[in-house]
Design a protein around this ligand. Structure first.
Ligand code: H79
Length: 511
């Protein structure tokens, strides 16, 4: 591999107060639906912090990369063009699907705590026993057509499916390694090929998740430590022992090559995960060499080896301030697991899911919402129903979400608690759920969660001149009465919200 070229590029020095994977208190917030907010609230918008969510150029410091990546070499204009569809899309479907959907959270008659796709590690299942799941995998009810149609109905613009998770099982036709869905199961079909065809037909973008570093069934693959596993290798079965470079060269890199070349225009996203110390800059550079051959590709910040990729990936939380200067995507589960668990019925409400989407859009990010098909290939009905409901809201109100810019206000999202602290000792961010805002060139959208009993929405010192207003869900877009007094504007609202979850007030504006 060529490591001769070198470059000095820049690193975003913005310091994150919440770790990438740690859900900290956020999961708790986001699972809480604030039901006991006083019903009589005057919603007041104060614009204090213009542009705090804009993607401004961050403070930078140099990083050395053995092979420069596309992000190191392209211009800002090229980056904007490459990221355009992703930034506009706002909402994607994450699909965690693999052999773990067979045990579905139960092993040897015991319910295994934790996320379903981690069952092999969490229950210390020996390699041979786990591999024996493959001949039992026959998801005959899998329909790429239906899954893509569901994503479309939900208003999602892209999907990312696990091509290989940490268990090492490839959900695609791989010549590089026979532990895959085509060679090792009675199913024999390639779901990635079928999804690619349907995405092409139905106008959906398709990306692949690939666990490049952890691989619990390939000799030499990495493992995160859980339980009483070996303190150095973190392995729990000698069949996992081996040389990381030979894993990288005989499995991961060949499979990444296959994924990048077997599916025509797809993938448009490669979603790496959980780099360990094994993913050194030189090893990551070998993967970057492959990625560089696909100049429109978008890839996340989890490759490792000091590469920052295109996107920040807060997992199971929404960053209170977004990630100034970076593209970002919150990935979140719809219940409490990524991979299917038969007994996880802890589904988030449509209200919570929609608030998350709106909250994320108001901070300039994307929402990658996960579903976990079962061992027959079916997305559980409780998940599909929720997606349909979100889609209904977006069919009416999508204009406020897609291709929108972040809020011009800021304090409406919440505030740091003067008393409560999170794990790291930083002040805890307490979200507020009265309203959010998104922006377009000549419009300000106010997504109202808590309908004001006062009958009006009050704006103090609006950042732009408000010329007229209406509700997006009002089919006639009847103008609402505006009262301008001094430096504030009052918008009269009907007595009842048009949508119990979020009603969008549109303000036409001029500068
Ligand atoms: O694919 C999903 C997760 O399986 C994956 N990322 C998302 C998108 C992921 N892998 N690792 N992590 C996230 C973070 C690791 C958390 C851990 Fe644990 C805490 C590993 C050991 C302790 C969670 C709890 C997993 C096992 C026990």
């Amino acid at each position: 591999m060529s490591t001769a070229r070198t470059s000095c590029i820049s690193r975003n020095s913005f310091s994150h107060t919440i770790s990438q994977y740690g859900c900290s208190q956020w999961g708790i917030f986001l699972n809480l639906v604030c039901r006991n907010i006083a019903t009589v609230v005057i919603l007041v918008a104060v614009s204090l912090s213009h542009a705090q969510f804009e993607r401004s150029k961050p403070d930078t410091q140099p990083i050395h990369h053995p092979v420069p990546s596309i992000q190191d070499t392209e211009s800002l204009a090229q980056r904007d063009a490459r990221m355009q569809w992703w930034r506009e899309g706002r909402f994607g479907m994450f699909i965690h699907w693999g052999l773990y959907s067979i045990p579905a959270g139960t092993w040897d008659g015991k319910q295994i705590p934790g996320i379903g796709e981690w069952i092999m590690n969490n229950a210390s299942i020996p390699v041979a026993e786990y591999k024996a799941l493959a001949p039992r995998f026959n998801p005959t009810s899998f329909s790429a057509r239906e899954i893509v149609a569901l994503a479309k109905a939900a208003g999602m613009k892209y999907m990312v499916i696990t091509a290989k998770h940490h268990d090492g099982f490839a959900m695609f036709d791989s010549k590089a390694n026979s532990f895959n869905i085509v060679a090792a199961t009675p199913f024999k079909r390639d779901p990635l090929r079928e999804l690619a065809e349907e995405c092409r037909k139905q106008g959906m973008k398709l990306g692949f998740y690939y666990s490049q570093d952890q691989d619990w069934t390939a000799p030499g693959g990495s493992a995160y430590k859980t339980g009483n596993h070996d303190s150095a290798s973190h392995h729990w079965d000698s069949a996992q022992d081996g040389d990381f470079d030979s894993y990288l060269h005989t499995k991961a890199i060949p499979q990444i090559k296959e994924l990048l070349t077997q599916y025509a225009e797809f993938p448009v996203v490669v979603w790496f995960d959980t780099p360990t110390a094994n993913m050194t800059p030189d090893r990551a550079a070998e993967i970057v060499t492959l990625l560089n051959q696909h100049p429109n590709l978008i890839w996340n910040n989890r490759l490792g080896g000091s590469y920052q990729g295109d996107t920040e990936t807060p997992e199971q939380y929404i960053p209170p301030q977004g990630f100034p200067g970076r593209d970002w995507e919150s990935c979140m589960t719809i219940n409490a697991t990524w991979g299917y668990k038969s007994y996880d019925t802890n589904f988030k409400s449509v209200e919570t899911l929609l608030r998350n989407l709106i909250d994320i859009a108001s901070k300039g990010g994307n929402y990658l919402l996960n579903v976990g098909p079962d061992s027959k290939g079916v997305i559980p009905a409780a998940e599909a129903e929720r997606l349909q409901q979100i889609g209904k809201w977006l069919a009416v109100n999508g204009e406020a979400i897609y291709d929108s810019k972040p809020t011009l206000f800021g304090p409406e999202a919440g505030a740091l608690s003067p008393i409560e602290e999170e794990k790291m000792g930083n002040p805890k961010f307490i979200p507020s759920w009265n309203w959010r805002s998104t922006t377009k060139a000549d419009k300000i959208y106010i997504e109202i969660f808590t309908w004001p009993g006062s009958g009006s929405f009050h704006l103090v010192k609006p950042p732009r001149k408000v010329t007229s207003a209406y509700l997006l869900a009002d089919p006639t877009h009847t103008p609402l009465k505006l009262m301008q007094t001094g430096d504030s504007v009052n918008v009269h609202l009907p007595a009842k919200a048009l949508d119990p979850i979020a009603t969008v007030l549109v303000l036409n504006t001029s500068n």
